[in-house]
Write a protein that binds this ligand. Structure first.
Ligand code: ZN
Length: 316
């Protein structure tokens, strides 16, 4: 039976419950964790993350977080394990790479596509670090409407890993404007599928970037991809146009192809001033979902988006 691969082990998809499909428990850019090691104290970070996640769990029933923080974003598997233990929220950890301009380390820009494939296979099958904590999702990211060279290498590698293991892919996107008939998401998904990737297990993140291009969004949904609107809940003003697009897709019969999330960061290291990308994990329930309901979206459809679609997408 297909299972969801959490940092505490495999669980049946029926135990995933309400799932936020694109989040970050913690980001520590570059080598901050190592360069500033004496200042890197997990306990205050864990507490900060648990306060937010615990409230989302208690108040809104959030039961699973897909953490798409890659190694190049400062992923810390031990923090994920501890947060999951303390909050009883399932955490699925990501392997893979952020975009070339801000993520993929120099080593992997020079390495072969097969070496990137090897790294991802290792993180998923053998696990990370001394405690061998396993990843259950691949994160990929594009910088613009065409893939940069290192991105092409890792996207091809991820397609092959997905073909071998069935592991889900979450794809950060940008470059939605159609340039010469193409667009970042279309080019990127075509490439992964050309290596054997399976649209049924691929989430296209940041679909709010399409700014309501329904022909392109419905084309991708019809091909089997899941469309993630994963920066919701930041304000009513920002959410209104996104709710209109999501509502339109639901009316069009695509409720089975949608997920919602915040792209919220639970804690930053080093601490980042202000509340940058820290909407919190209750915001969708407080701000965005009420807008959908006002527009006539049913509880059954919301359950499909928050619970059923992630089960299909993330179990392998
Ligand atoms: Zn993100």
């Amino acid at each position: 039976m297909a299972t969801a691969h959490t940092v505490l082990g495999e669980i049946p998809p029926s135990q995933m419950g309400i799932t936020l499909t694109h989040e970050h428990l913690m980001i520590a850019w570059g080598s901050a964790r190592y360069d500033r090691a004496p200042e890197y104290k997990p306990e205050p970070l864990i507490k900060e993350i648990c306060d937010d996640l615990g409230a989302a769990s208690k108040d809104h029933g959030v039961q699973t977080i897909i953490d798409v923080t890659t190694p190049d974003m400062g992923r810390d598997m031990e923090i994920m394990v501890e947060v999951s233990r303390r909050t009883n929220v399932n955490v699925i950890a990501g392997t893979g790479f952020y975009r070339q301009m801000a993520g993929i380390p120099l080593y992997f820009t020079m390495a072969s596509s097969e070496q990137a494939e090897e790294m991802m296979l290792h993180d998923i099958q053998q696990g990370v670090g001394p405690n061998r904590v396993k990843c259950g999702v691949i994160k990929l990211a594009i910088s613009q409407s065409k893939l940069l060279p290192a991105e092409e290498k890792v996207f091809r590698a991820a397609g092959r890993v997905q073909k071998k293991l069935g592991v889900p892919i979450v794809m950060h996107t940008t470059g939605w404007d159609l340039i010469e008939g193409g667009s970042g998401p279309r080019v990127a998904t075509d490439l992964v599928v050309s290596e054997g990737g399976d649209p049924e297990h691929i989430q296209i993140s940041h679909c709010e970037g399409a700014r309501g291009n329904l022909p392109l969004l419905t084309e991708l949904a019809n091909r089997g991809f899941t469309l993630a609107f994963d920066r919701v809940g930041r304000s009513v003003e920002a959410d209104l146009p996104v709710a209109a697009v999501v509502g339109g897709l639901i009316v069009g019969g695509f409720a089975n192809r949608l997920t919602l999330s915040h792209d919220s960061v639970g804690a930053w290291f080093p601490a980042t001033p202000g509340t940058y990308r820290k909407s919190g994990w209750s915001a969708a329930h407080k701000v965005f979902i009420p807008l959908l309901k006002k527009g006539g979206v049913s509880d059954k459809q919301i359950h499909q988006i928050l619970v059923e679609n992630p089960q299909r997408l993330f179990a392998f």
